[in-house]
Ligand binder design. Structure first.
Ligand code: CA
Length: 234
């Protein structure tokens, strides 16, 4: 999946140039011209990274960065601050406001893309490589495969992450909110019932192997992965 990069820049020519380079580098470009439209975009499509201009109309980039950092749902979105200012004091102010990196205009597109890649690498949560075997299931993060008694189980990316989390945290009850934080990450805007949808899909995928009962609903609390009591509904 392409990383989504939100470009917050009020100058049309620079916004265009940034979007062009972002798309050329293989990312998806979203655009906003001020703080308000930035928030609208952030709420509807959680971006993977924000390129934030310092000088914006109304709300400055520094203020916006502070607002993003103060909100639990956006505090982990990496920010690269763009500015025409080059002095050291401004750089420190930019980083103190919560930006992950800082680049001074005019910048070379190549340098900017290198910074974007470096910041994204620091933030994308990576599953550990070890193959996990539990409850009759074998899950391999390296080749993205799950099998039961040698039979391949087809899972979507979210179900895969969900099962990975469950298999590494068995016999414990997790609320929908906890699962969202652990599996989806804290910077996404999804409703709690989304968890139920993916749980249903995961159970349906495990059903042919008669393992759907390992994902248990704990009424009023959430879900548990339990291998000691595979309670298959009959
Ligand atoms: Ca500007």
């Amino acid at each position: 999946m392409k990383a989504k990069i939100l470009i917050v820049e009020d100058e049309p020519a620079i916004q265009e140039l940034l979007a062009f380079n972002v798309v050329q580098a293989g990312f998806l470009a979203l655009r906003a011209e001020d703080g308000e439209s930035a928030w609208r975009q952030i709420r509807s499509i959680a971006p993977d990274l924000i390129l934030l201009d310092w000088m914006l109309p109304n709300t400055s980039g520094v203020v916006l960065a502070k607002q993003l950092r103060a909100d639990a749902r956006t505090k982990d979105i990496p920010i690269i601050m763009l500015t025409a200012r080059g002095d050291e004091r401004d750089k420190i102010l930019g980083l103190e406001s919560g930006a992950d990196d800082y680049i001074t205009k005019p910048f070379s597109p190549r340098e900017l893309m290198a910074r974007i890649r470096a910041v994204l690498r620091r933030h994308i949560p990576v599953l550990p490589d070890e193959t996990i075997t539990t409850g009759g299931l074998e899950l391999s993060p390296t080749n993205h495969r799950v099998s039961a008694q040698g039979n391949n189980i087809e899972l979507g990316p979210t179900e895969f992450r969900l099962l990975h989390f469950f298999m590494t945290h068995p016999e414990r009850v997790y609320s929908r909110t906890q699962l969202l934080d652990q599996v989806w990450g804290t910077q996404v805007f999804v409703e709690e019932r989304t968890v139920d949808v993916h749980i249903r899909r995961l159970r349906a995928a495990l059903e042919p192997a008669e393992l759907d009962g390992v994902i248990q609903t704990v009424r009023g609390s959430g879900y548990r992965f339990s291998i000691s009591s595979n309670q298959r509904p009959v």
